[in-house]
Design a protein around this ligand. Structure first.
Ligand SMILES: O=C1C[C@@](O)(C(=O)O)C[C@@H](O)[C@@H]1O
Length: 157
């Protein structure tokens, strides 16, 4: 089962940082350790950028490939209707999209109280640092597995 982890935000992509590296590279540091504890049947692909158009293109790619998505939209969370529409295509295709925030944005600035992505996300995990990614990958993989099982039991579902 393949889950693509799509992250924006400079902290996530810093060379030698704790989060995903750029492109499809290996994760660094804490995130690698966290994801190594997951089920080996789950393949996690990493994508990191601060470019909105690139983020959107990766959501289109997930729809075409049938991948579940873990998405940290960083500040795009709070205003990007373009990203929201692309996220909606993922969930409308029956694929899980788990929105992730390392912090709890609602306890920060007022403008962070609203997420324009949450209404179309399968679920939301916030405030658990890098564990947010681990739980989100787990949730996306579980959702995809349940859907596959339901489809196998009832091909018209
Ligand atoms: O860039 C980020 C990081 C963030 O998405 C998080 O992971 O906590 C929360 C956002 O509000 C902020 O703009």
């Amino acid at each position: 089962m393949t889950i693509v982890l799509v992250a924006s935000g400079r902290d996530h992509g810093r060379p030698g940082g704790r989060g995903p590296t750029t492109g499809a590279g290996d994760p660094a540091g804490e995130l690698r350790v966290a994801l190594e504890s997951l089920d080996p049947a789950i393949t996690v692909l990493f994508r990191q950028t601060d470019d909105e158009a690139e983020l959107i293109s990766w959501l289109f790619e997930a729809v075409e490939a049938g991948w579940g998505v873990v998405l940290n939209p960083a500040a795009f969370t709070h205003y990007s209707y373009a990203l929201r529409d692309a996220a909606a295509l993922v969930t409308e295709a029956g694929l899980p999209l788990i929105e992730v925030h390392l912090t709890n944005p609602t306890s920060r600035d007022d403008f962070r109280r609203a997420s324009v992505v949450s209404a179309v996300s399968t679920g939301l995990i916030t405030g658990l640092g890098f564990d947010s990614y681990r739980f989100a990958v787990r949730a996306a993989a579980d959702r995809a597995a349940v859907r596959a099982a339901v489809r196998a039991a009832s091909p018209t579902a």
